[in-house]
Design a protein around this ligand. Structure first.
Ligand SMILES: [Zn+2]
Length: 119
């Protein structure tokens, strides 16, 4: 789950419809999410339903950050690792997002090679 710090609206169109993490193709939907107490929820993930929901109240940058946050949760889940604290998820979200942004050549190379670790 990602807590949402911002209150900007998008047009409700999800930028991504599905994303694969480990063995699961997650459906990605953008919709109005209920608050948890005074916390604005930006995103949720259901491993059993294969569903990631992102708030329709976020702008593009937060959408990407939220989706990556849920992907890191999914990576832990599908690795069989215990879910860490939210701040650890956030730290990895930041690192991996920057890594992908900063290393497009390497990302392209990964997509080209035949190395396919089993999930
Ligand atoms: Zn979370």
């Amino acid at each position: 789950m990602a807590t949402c710090p911002l209150f900007w609206y998008t047009d409700g169109m999800s930028l991504i419809n599905s994303i694969r993490v480990g063995p699961v193709n997650y459906r990605v939907e953008q919709k109005r999410l209920e608050n948890e107490g005074d916390r604005e929820i930006c995103g949720t993930i259901s491993y059993t339903k294969g569903l990631i929901e992102v708030s329709d109240k976020v702008e593009r940058d937060t959408y990407v950050g939220t989706l990556m946050h849920e992907i890191v949760h999914a990576a832990y889940y599908h690795s069989g690792l215990k879910q860490p604290k939210e701040r650890e998820i956030e730290a990895l979200t930041t690192i991996f997002t920057r890594f992908i942004q900063d290393n497009s050549e390497f990302i392209k190379l990964i997509q080209e090679v035949n190395f396919r670790p089993t999930p």
